[in-house]
Design a protein around this ligand. Structure first.
Ligand code: TXA
Ligand code: MG
Length: 319
């Protein structure tokens, strides 16, 4: 198990020496290293077992810091930043040479955001350098929203977890790119499409096949637990299926045909924000249960529901 605590100076010391620290954000925990140091960034890829073609998100404390790392910020990007930062929004912007190519996997854009978490913002202010941080999970698995989640999988690979409590958004940031200044959503996430559109008008959403992802987080199979996930209505269940062997993730209420202990309700009040916060814990809990496979029902396809359904779809994809 990794040591955990709220010691910002300890985190700073490790990061200054090109070590890695798991950091809390409002979305999910990140596996952070100095974004300007190739040595630190290489460690991130190794610990996560992440393919080098999958670029990282850079976390900074202020818009001024963003401006030191990118070029030509489109007007709509500035509007979104003013409205949603600090917050679960990642912008893809033309990178300056200060960001090592390994961070962006050789792309000429860098993914960048100001996270909305007090302890991590304080850490970033202390550091003076940006932090590259993918979600703190092995590549392809479900993102961590608690320090226990981080410890369960990466605990023996990192020296320290900065404890910021449970992540309150619970689903990763919304990623927006601007090819030819035209905004497009590369990954649905913690800020709903409707909220983005209320600021900059209509935006497209990129959908990708697994063979050529624009954001590899958009790979078909991603955010996936170890057990098989079927995304369907429980009412369509084959009558021969053994209810004891099924784990059920449902939006609002229990389903009478499956043992209660095998079910997780995402939000009894039908609150999509609460559902997003509980989603990854639900998938992890199912993975630990003594069942054969997981059935997940879609939630309403509005607001954060779109991002939740996106993650469920990817968790259920097999390739
Ligand atoms: O909420 C979040 O975004 C969390 C927290 C820790 O900030 N981070 C996160 O990072 O989800 P990660 O590495 O798990 O996902 C980053 C996604 C990947 O799908 C990656 O492909 C995409 O961002 N990405 C990064 N740079 C990109 C770029 N230049 N162009 C397109 N996609 C990019
Ligand atoms: Mg991830």
């Amino acid at each position: 198990m990794a040591e955990s605590g709220r010691d910002i100076l300890k985190a700073k010391n490790i990061l200054q020496q090109d070590g890695l620290v798991a950091i809390p954000t409002e979305t999910v925990y990140g596996l952070a290293g100095n974004a300007i140091s190739e040595e630190a960034v290489v460690k991130i890829f190794e610990v996560k077992n992440r393919p080098s073609f999958d670029p990282l998100i850079v976390h900074v404390a202020s818009i001024e810091q963003v401006e030191e790392m990118v070029l030509n910020i489109p007007v709509k990007a500035k509007e979104l930043a003013a409205k949603f930062w600090p917050g679960p929004l990642t912008l893809l912007l033309r990178k300056q040479a200060i960001i090592p190519d390994i961070v962006s996997s050789g792309l000429d854009t860098v993914a960048i955001r100001i996270p909305d978490h007090p302890i991590t913002l304080e850490l970033l202010h202390h550091l003076g350098f940006p932090l590259a941080a993918p979600s703190a999970n092995p590549f392809g698995y479900v993102s961590p929203t608690t320090i226990k989640h981080v410890n369960d999988q990466l605990g023996d690979k990192i020296p320290y977890i900065l404890d910021g409590g449970d992540c309150h958004v619970g689903i990763e940031s919304t990623i927006i790119g601007f090819q030819d200044e035209k905004p497009e959503i590369y990954r649905l996430g913690g800020i709903a499409v409707e909220d983005i559109e209320s600021v900059i008008g209509k935006v497209g959403v990129k959908y990708h096949s697994s063979s050529k992802p624009a954001a590899p987080g958009a790979l078909e199979s991603h955010y996936a637990p170890g057990k098989k996930v079927e995304l369907k209505e429980i009412a369509s269940l084959d009558s021969a299926a053994d209810p004891e062997q099924i784990g059920l993730i449902r939006f609002m209420d229990l389903y009478p045909g499956i043992p209660e202990k095998n079910q997780v309700i995402l939000s009894a009040t039908g609150d999509l924000k609460e559902a997003a916060k509980n989603l990854f814990s639900a998938l992890r809990k199912m993975d630990e249960m003594d069942i054969q496979y997981i059935i997940a029902e879609s939630v309403p396809e509005i607001g954060l529901g779109r991002a939740i359904n996106d993650r469920l779809r990817r968790a259920s994809a097999t390739c």
